[in-house]
Design a protein. Structure first.
Lengths: 488, 496
């Protein structure tokens, strides 16, 4: 198999998997789960196999169809996309293990539809990761929105439909209303939309227009949840927890910040953008989002909504790191995508495990739960510490790089924002940890133990990853450094 | 002369002469089989003609060997090829799927007459497209219109009668206006052949009658094409017609009138009248913008499935006209492309509606709750075609929307505003399509109502195939795009 066909296999595999899952769903749940497992393991094997090709310095690329002259569906492997695809495919396996435990433990309906849509969403995610130009990115981005809609609306009652409508409404209207015109504008100005090292817009646009185009991109990519386009993310929390965990902490939201990072690096070019004063606003908007979302998180009483607002803040970390426009900060942005993924998926897994075991959804109900669910809450603690950025967790590594980039650029706003938000993160996570471990639960609470084995297994694995990333982050840093090679 | 040279004539003659024969096929099912076979032959001819014009041949045909300007001339170029494909394709798809639905809606003894009328519509519509003569266009227009009144009123829905009466009135006024215009032009030039008119109008010194003719012809055809605000006949006619007739007519009927409008304006008026481009743009652009916005808004609030889609059709005609009003290569090719893509999307949607209607008697949205659980394939096809109508990337509808936005950006200083209008209306399309999807998938079923099974396999196969075509032409639009670009080049060339 040549690397070029491997790309197509990586995108096609979850599609075939979706078909297999829907057929197997008619036979029985165990066969269906086996189909999911086989698909996700083979996806890891295929996607991770591409890493070695990339490390040899090659960048395989394949054109599927030239839709219109100059406008083609092309997939290209480059370091940033590789990192994202490897991350999403790897966590999909763990998430599938978790999903089986969660969906069965909760006796959810329509499980076949759930697993089919999940596989479709993964296909779209890999497509986003390997998109070789803006048009292909947009195509996969929209497919991701559409394939996750049934997952958000899974429960099917009136409140869920309302939330799902917000989800679809915000994501589709921003992408059609802002992202699409930005893409067409880029194609009209530059004549191409290919992701090219150093950017394609240099010298083609003047100053105020650059800021405007950047705004169309940043706000048009609603998945990055930069304020005020963030409302869909708390709304999406009505979905079953595995969806929130993989899609709304990793695949979907990371597609957003990934797209913004990729556009800034490969379409605008960071050096060109650095010289354009009209693009500076992005840093402030991201900083504003970080602080405000953290403040809103302080006031949340529902666990999943708190995690959603924390995600909004953490996503803007990536956006802000990218907007610093210095190579070290770009590496930090890439690292933070990975680090945050490990930590946040752990937190969501834990929240879901709590729900399965005890049906608890509110923070004040967590009093003393650490004694009943030691494994889950240990993992939760590790995830929370990683969000704050305490060593030895993953969050520390990426924050270190972002800070280093901020100092390199002498960007005091970024430095201040990172410090302030670290304090805020501590302010909303530490009281929970105290509640969980040191308070005693009230008399007459429901008697329960740990969540089903598979869920605990999954969240333990991700917690270990969160810790391991602190020590063994070499390959990821190497990959991320390739992105900015030649830029510094 | 080989067969290819005769194809333009056969395209019209085969369905026309088959129509009376179909009436004779009384035994059950035979009339349907005959009509479908004829439709398939017509479609094959259209494909052959398309291949020929793509090869660069311009096909001219003189009936009975009498050459123009005395005989009846037919001609086929890339622009007509697109419309021919749409007409014959829509008719074939609708007929292939039609049998169960028609059996349900029309008594078997009236079916041969019904299918005969169907073939007359088909023959009239393709006749309009291949005619190279202004008066013959009128004749074919009357054939197709009169026969389509029969089709629309042919169903069990008695409300179709007032709807068809309205359609008849409007259609007749439109045709009369057109005829008055053609008469004026004949008065000034002494010819009815389109190419001759173009030649001789340049020598006409008294330009006023020609201007009046342009007014009459444009308004008359705009009425037939349901250009906003001359569209009032559309919603009722589409809603109350038999479901398969809606599939056929919604996909192509108004587009044919629009085709004549575009051809007349570019080939004749823009070529000869000074500053007519500006006049035309100032006439067409505001109307198309209003149509797009108002009809989309209306569609958002229609409670009846077919009526909602009919309103959307008026907005889509606005898109086509908007592209035409740019008077540019990009705009024209966007419009030609949208004729093709909208036929795919809307035809697919109405096919899915016909499948739903096979099982649901009442097509109001609040009655359709939970349809997706019982009719998963129908609803899946509906979603795909709906996405194409919205213009989601990866579907055919996206291609034309992309072209239209690009054309708008190039159209001048107001381009940004036009882009905004197109995008806003796309969002409105999201709203009116998604409200249906929610009803199908998530609304609770009405007590004691609703089907127990899917639509017949014959209907499902065709519907699913059209849905797949929407995706295929979203990823591989090269062939229609080549046709559209060539058509746009031809029209612009003709206008200079």
């Amino acid at each position: 198999m040549t690397p070029e066909t491997t790309i197509l296999v990586a995108i096609g595999l979850p599609l075939v998997g979706a078909l297999a899952i829907s057929l197997a769903g008619r036979i029985g749940p165990n066969i269906r789960e086996a189909a999911t497992a086989i698909t996700s393991v083979s996806l890891i094997w295929v996607v991770w196999g591409l890493i070695s090709t990339l490390m040899e310095g090659k960048s395989p690329s394949i054109e599927v169809s030239e839709v219109m002259p100059g406008l083609s569906i092309t997939f290209t492997v480059e370091p940033l996309g590789m990192l994202f695809a490897a991350l999403a495919s790897g966590l999909w396996l763990i998430n599938s293990i978790y999903s089986v435990g969660y969906m069965r433990g909760n006796k959810e309906k329509n499980q076949t539809r759930f697993f089919v849509c999940f596989a479709l969403a993964l296909s779209a995610t890999v497509g986003v990761a390997f998109a070789g130009n803006l048009f292909t990115l947009f195509l996969c981005y929209e497919l991701l929105t559409l394939s996750t809609y049934p997952l958000v609306a899974h429960k099917g009652d009136a409140a869920t439909i309302r939330s799902a409508r917000i989800y679809l409404g915000v994501l589709l209207s921003t992408s059609i209303g802002l992202f699409l015109p930005a893409i067409i504008w880029t194609y009209t100005v530059a004549g191409t939309g290919d992701f090219t090292a150093g950017g394609i817009l240099a010298g083609k646009l003047n100053d105020p227009e650059i800021g405007l185009l950047l705004a169309l991109f940043v706000f048009g990519i609603g998945k990055a949840a930069v304020m005020p386009m963030h409302k869909w993310l708390p709304a999406a929390m009505v979905a079953p927890t595995p969806v929130s965990a993989l899609l709304h902490a990793v695949a979907v939201v990371k597609s957003g910040v990934f797209a913004i990072t990729k556009i800034i690096i490969y379409i605008f070019g960071i050096e060109y953008l650095f010289k354009s004063p009209s693009s500076e606003w992005l840093l402030y908007v991201a900083a504003f989002t970080i602080i405000v979302a953290s403040l809103v998180a302080l006031r949340q009483t529902n666990i999943k909504r708190l995690l959603a607002y924390s995600t909004i803040a953490q996503l803007s970390y990536v956006v802000m790191a990218t907007a610093i426009l210095k190579p070290l900060a770009e590496v930090g942005a890439a690292l933070h995508m990975v680090a945050h993924a490990f930590g946040k998926i752990t937190l969501f897994f834990a929240a879901g495990a709590i729900y399965v075991a005890s049906k608890k959804t509110e923070i004040h109900q967590l009093r003393g739960i650490g004694r009943r669910m030691p494994w889950t809450m240990t993992a939760f603690t590790i995830g929370a510490l990683s969000m704050i950025g305490v060593p030895p967790t993953a969050g520390f590594v990426s924050k270190w790089y972002i800070l280093a980039g901020a100092f390199e650029a002498n960007n005091l706003v970024a430095v201040f924002t990172i410090i302030a938000s670290t304090l805020l993160n501590a302010a909303y996570f530490l009281p929970i940890l105290y509640l969980v471990w040191f308070e005693h639960e009230k008399e007459g609470e429901k008697d329960h133990g740990e969540a089903p084995f598979l869920t605990v297994l999954a969240l333990t694995l991700t917690a270990i990853l969160t810790l391991a990333f602190f020590l063994f982050n070499g390959p990821v840093i190497e990959l991320a450094s390739q992105v900015v090679k030649g830029l510094s | 002369m080989d067969l290819l040279a005769h194809l333009p004539a056969l395209q019209v003659v085969i369905p026309m002469l088959s129509a009376p024969l179909i009436v004779l096929l009384q035994p059950r099912g035979l009339a349907w089989a005959g009509a479908t076979a004829v439709a398939l032959v017509s479609f094959s001819i259209a494909v052959a003609l398309t291949l020929a014009v793509l090869d660069g041949q311009a096909l001219q045909y003189a009936m009975g060997g009498w050459t123009a300007p005395y005989g009846i001339a037919l001609s086929v170029d890339t622009f007509s090829a697109i419309v021919l494909l749409v007409i014959t394709g829509a008719s074939t798809a609708a007929l292939l799927a039609a049998k169960p639905s028609i059996d349900q809606q029309i008594e078997s003894e009236r079916q041969p007459l019904f299918y005969a009328a169907w073939l007359l519509v088909l023959s009239g519509l393709v006749g309009i497209v291949v005619s190279a003569d202004a008066f013959n266009i009128f004749v074919f227009m009357e054939i197709s219109s009169l026969a389509s009144y029969i089709l629309i009123a042919g169903g069990p829905d008695r409300r179709a009668l007032p709807a068809v009466f309205k359609y008849l009135m409007m259609g007749t006024i439109g045709a009369t206006f057109y005829l008055i215009g053609v008469g004026l032009i004949y008065m000034m030039t002494g010819t009815l052949n389109l190419a001759d008119i173009q030649d001789r109008l340049g020598d006409v010194t008294d330009i006023n009658p020609v201007l009046v003719a342009a007014g009459f012809i444009t308004i008359g055809l705009a009425l037939k094409a349901a250009v906003f605000p001359l569209h009032v006949w559309v919603p009722n006619a589409y809603t109350h017609a038999p479901h398969m007739v809606t599939v056929f007519l919604a996909a192509c009927a108004t587009k044919v009138a629009l085709y004549v409008l575009i051809r007349f304006d570019y080939m004749i008026f823009q070529a000869t009248l000074e500053d007519h481009q500006v006049q035309f743009a100032l006439f067409a652009m505001p109307l198309s913008i209003l149509g797009i916005l108002i009809a989309s808004a209306v569609a958002m609030f229609e409670g009846h499935l077919k009526r909602r889609l009919a309103s959307s059709s008026i907005a889509q005609i606005g898109y086509i006209l908007l592209g035409v009003s740019f008077v540019s290569m990009a705009g024209l090719s966007a419009s030609a492309m949208h004729m093709f893509n909208h036929a795919l999307a809307k035809g697919g949607l109405f096919l899915a509606v016909a499948c739903l209607a096979y099982q649901y008697r009442d097509l109001r949205l609040d009655q359709l709750g939970g349809a997706a659980a019982r009719m998963p394939w129908t609803c899946a096809a509906f979603v795909v075609c709906g996405l194409s109508l919205i213009g989601v990337p990866g579907t055919a509808g996206f291609i034309s929307k992309w072209l239209l936005i690009t054309a708008a950006l190039e159209s001048g200083p107001w381009g940004g505003g036009l882009v905004a209008i197109i995008l806003v209306s796309s969002l409105m399309a999201v709203v009116y399509v998604w409200r249906i999807v929610e009803a199908l998938y998530f609304q609770a079923p009405v007590e004691g109502e609703g089907p127990t099974s899917e639509a017949p396999i014959q209907m499902l196969l065709v519907t699913g195939f059209i849905a797949l075509l929407n995706i295929y032409f979203g990823l591989f639009p090269q062939v229609p795009l080549e046709l559209a670009n060539s058509a746009a080049a031809l029209l612009l060339e003709g206008s200079n």
